[in-house]
Design a protein around this ligand. Structure first.
Ligand SMILES: Cc1cc2nc3c(=O)[nH]c(=O)nc-3n(C[C@H](O)[C@H](O)[C@H](O)COP(=O)(O)OP(=O)(O)OC[C@H]3O[C@@H](n4cnc5c(N)ncnc54)[C@H](O)[C@@H]3O)c2cc1C
Length: 438
């Protein structure tokens, strides 16, 4: 029986544990905090994909067989509700004794084998993996025949500074900057109501914070937003390109609201702008913004009470630095998948990260552009070979597998789980979802 160690108890790590257990493997899942800890950290945010996309056919079958009622397929949940669902999976009999919360994987390697040993030599794959795990009882070594790293990226936000590196002042003020989505409707309200906030970025997190702060405009009229976006506004004039007949009404509403806010007089909107320096100013910040204009670089200073840095995330590669994993230079995803993601982005005329970081080419018509944005979200690599990392039986799955690319959806992760076990068990037909994801 194959021993499979899984790192991370988020939606995809837990799915990998469940799938592996049902497929006959001896699985052990290590979660450094509480189950679904990353999702819980943004638990007050509503996800934009509906339940039918956030749970797998296997999980639905097992939960239903146990008489557990599930929310309607078309409804959406908060992060907290999603985390509760992942906890329910952990409690299924199939995973009894397999899930270790409060257990952090600190490092891993092959037994008696350095990264540089046995390259392109089958003897490398014969050595079991060894993982250093810090749990409630202290540190210990765990051995496994296969490892699935589904440890996510949320714990490693990008810097807000120009070029993705810290700008002057950022490192000293890091603890006062919001890199995670603040709970503006709840415990963080007083920090934002009647205050000025700089939001940096143009992904879903930025749109969520913009909407939450914008909702305070009426009740706290002094509330103000400064919004800096490094890319240009598309030719249709809105920061977000809406997806026609978007399957997610939550996403559509979020982006529509952010587009409205870019034109609101209480919002100081800065496209083509990066953060060049941050300095303390009383309890707030003095931020130097650098805009790219036809006349050259133009510097502006703004005084704000808060900075919401929604500039994406990066994977922690140190965890597998002793394994022979090939990394893609731009995405920092495992090489094959990273290259496929970049190729798909290029086909669609978009850059990395949130939909498109670079301005689409001028020749593109609006319809064509919208079509490409739709494709961005529909792109789901469906080829087990893309999961090969260079280190046999070591897989990076879930949002971490996309590295810095923000296009990951849980549904892509379920396909990855299926494909990883196909490779691991050398059974190309294995599909515990019974074709439902094809
Ligand atoms: C605000 C927000 C909204 C989102 N909305 C959607 C949506 O609508 N639809 C969608 O598909 N996706 C959405 N996402 C993306 C979403 O986060 C992922 O799809 C999903 O959580 C990915 O699951 P995962 O298991 O890969 O990673 P995560 O959920 O990040 O889980 C990783 C887990 O690994 C644990 N871990 C980390 N390091 C270690 C270690 N060394 N040892 C042990 N455990 C470790 C973490 O504590 C964490 O619990 C959203 C993300 C954000 C931030």
């Amino acid at each position: 029986m194959k021993r499979v160690a899984i790192i991370g108890g988020g939606p995809i790590g837990m799915e990998a544990a469940l799938y592996g257990s049902v497929a006959g493997c001896q699985v052990t899942l290590f979660e450094r905090g509480r189950i679904a800890d990353n999702v819980r950290s943004w638990g007050y945010v509503r996800v934009f994909t509906e339940w039918k996309r956030n749970r797998s056919p296997l999980a639905v079958r097992l939960l239903t067989e146990r008489g557990i009622a599930l929310p309607p397929e078309e409804s959406t949940s908060t992060g907290d509700e999603l985390a509760a669902y992942v906890r329910r999976l952990a409690e299924l009999p199939e995973l009894r004794g397999c899930v270790c919360p409060q257990s952090e994987v600190l490092a891993m390697a092959r037994e008696r084998t350095l990264r540089s040993d046995f390259i392109d030599d089958p003897r490398r794959a014969e050595r079991p993996f060894r993982l250093l795990v810090r749990g409630p009882g202290g540190e210990k070594i765990v051995h496994a025949d296969a490892v699935i790293d589904a440890s996510g990226v949320y714990q490693r936000p990008n810097f807000v500074g120009n070029g993705g590196m810290p700008c002057p002042g950022e490192r000293e003020l890091k603890s006062r900057i919001d890199y995670a989505i603040p709970d503006i409707e709840g415990r963080d309200r007083a920090r934002f109501a009647g205050k000025s906030t700089l939001v940096v970025g143009s992904g879903h997190s930025a749109a969520s914070t913009l909407r939450a702060v914008g909702d305070l405009f009426e009740s706290s009229p002094q509330t103000r937003l400064v919004w800096a976006v490094r890319r240009d506004v598309p030719e249709h004039g809105d920061p977000y390109t809406l997806i026609p007949e978007d399957s997610s009404s939550t996403r559509n509403a979020l982006h529509t609201r952010a587009n409205e806010l870019s034109r609101d007089e209480r919002v100081d909107f800065h496209p083509r702008t990066v953060v060049d320096a941050i300095a303390p100013a009383g309890k707030g910040f003095r931020v130097t913004l650098l805009a790219s204009t036809p006349a050259g670089q133009q510097s502006t200073q703004v005084l704000v009470d808060n900075i919401a840095a929604h500039t994406g995330f990066r994977p922690d590669m140190a965890l597998y630095s002793e394994l022979a994993v090939q990394i893609h230079a731009a995405t920092e995803a495992p090489y094959r998948l990273g290259r496929a993601l970049v190729e798909a982005n290029h086909r669609q005329g978009v850059g990395l990260s949130t939909g498109y970081a670079e301005r689409p080419q001028k020749s593109q018509e609006k319809d064509e552009l919208e079509e490409k944005v739709v494709d961005k979200w529909r792109f789901s690599p469906n080829d087990p070979a893309l999961l090969q990392t260079g280190e046999k039986n070591f897989f990076v799955l879930g949002i971490k597998s996309y590295g810095r690319d923000a296009g990951f959806l849980m549904q892509n992760g379920f396909r990855q789980v299926r494909d990883a076990y196909r490779l691991l068990l050398a059974d190309a037909a294995l599909d515990l979802y019974q074709g439902a994801l094809d």
